[in-house]
Design a protein around this ligand. Structure first.
Ligand code: SF4
Length: 376
């Protein structure tokens, strides 16, 4: 029996691995990469079969945030040329959410920039969530509005919100290196408040921000301690105009190891391949489907993903099936998006796995907050 067999066996029993075992995944060599993926796939298949859950992001308030999260294109002082707009109208949110649902999304994630909502903001978001639920009673609505104060999670729940997202992002020890305007403990408190209010906790991380392997294991273990139902794993999109511009520390192979480590630590959580997958995993994206059981369809908050049709084709080609919703044509009001050209994510010549790829970062110019239809 190999060390990976032992690790997969623990995960199948929902047993927490030893820190050394999680670290061993991160330092495993390229010769072992497919063995690592195969071991993680055993766990993924046991808990989730070959299903892939599609989630759809709607950025309902973009940019102009007073916080200084170093990785974020919407932060205070960011000169990234991202879309900036205040709260979308309910009809705009419902239209975008409907496009995602038509594309096969089972969950719609409504995200707003900012430190956290005021009670008036909660009024507005609750109205919007009620409208989305009224149009799509079976779709899961997740809210991501920042730090919550007393009673806000309960009000979101009562309006029909199913889940609340608030990522830990990195380890407690590394947190002050990526943000100075709030603390790691604030984030833990909000995830805890969401859970206590009966919302499904969604909390994950961002890799590629200068953290060590120990930091990655720390944040994975911290997430496990919070028992999130969903764990989004993001890979840093190093936007020009942010403090982390130019940080291209990830390779496709490292991304796969990070995803596998998270799968072993959080075996029965929905592990979601989130932002940055196109630019860091690139042609290895389909391999990641053997580890994760969830992705975002189409675009991200401030950057464009590959065409939604390419997401669906990738899932089908890799032999996986979409969970829940049946894809259908988008509504008439939402004509096919002017999606990024087919070669927008194409490989360039003379590359190694560690070649920086700023050419693959595309600021979002369609969908919510624009006159162009979304990418689904
Ligand atoms: S609080 Fe949210 S929107 Fe604001 S800078 Fe941090 S991550 Fe970006």
């Amino acid at each position: 029996m190999t060390w990976l067999d032992l690790l997969a066996g623990k995960a199948l029993n929902r047993e927490l691995p030893a820190r050394e075992e999680a670290l061993a995944v991160l330092v495993s060599g390229d010769d072992e990469l497919l063995d690592v993926v195969a071991a993680a796939f055993r766990v993924r298949r046991h808990f989730f079969g070959r299903r892939v859950k599609l989630n759809y992001l709607v950025n309902i308030k973009s940019g102009l945030c007073p916080e200084d999260c170093f990785y974020c294109s919407q932060r205070a002082g960011s000169s990234a040329d991202v879309l900036k707009y205040t709260w979308l109208k309910t009809g705009q949110v419902v239209a975008s959410a409907s496009a995602g649902v038509a594309g096969g999304a089972r969950r719609v994630c409504l995200v707003a920039s900012g430190r956290g909502p005021t009670d008036r903001d909660i009024d507005r978001v609750c109205d919007t969530i009620s409208a989305v639920k009224s149009r799509h009673p079976d779709v899961e609505v997740c809210a991501c509005l920042g730090l919550l104060t007393d009673g806000q999670a309960e009000r979101l729940r009562d309006a029909g919100t199913m889940a609340y997202n608030h990522n830990l992002n990195t380890s407690g020890g590394h947190y002050s290196d990526i943000c100075t305007t709030h603390e790691y403990a604030d984030r833990v408190s909000t995830v805890t408040a969401a859970r206590e209010a009966g919302l499904s906790p969604c909390s994950g991380l961002i890799a590629g921000m200068g953290e060590t392997d120990e930091d990655l294991v720390d944040v994975a273990f911290a997430l496990r301690a919070l028992s999130p139902d969903s764990v989004p794993v993001n890979f840093l999109i190093p936007f020009e105009g942010t403090p982390l511009a130019g940080q291209w520390a990830l390779t496709p192979q490292r991304c796969l190891r990070i995803l596998a480590m998270v799968r072993f630590v959080c075996p029965d959580s929905e592990v979601r391949l989130a932002g940055g997958r196109e630019i860091h995993l690139r042609t290895l994206q389909p391999l990641a489907l053997h580890v994760v059981n969830s992705i975002f369809l189409g675009d991200y908050l401030t950057s464009e993903g590959q065409p939604g049709s390419a997401d669906l084709a990738m899932i089908a080609d890799a032999g996986f099936t979409i969970e829940g919703a049946t894809p259908s044509a988008p509504p008439d009001a939402l004509a096919p998006a002017e999606i990024a050209p087919a070669d927008a994510f194409a490989p360039a010549a003379s590359l190694t796995p560690s070649t920086p790829r700023p050419d693959l970062v595309h600021i979002r110019r369609r969908g919510p907050g624009t006159t162009l239809p979304p990418n689904t």
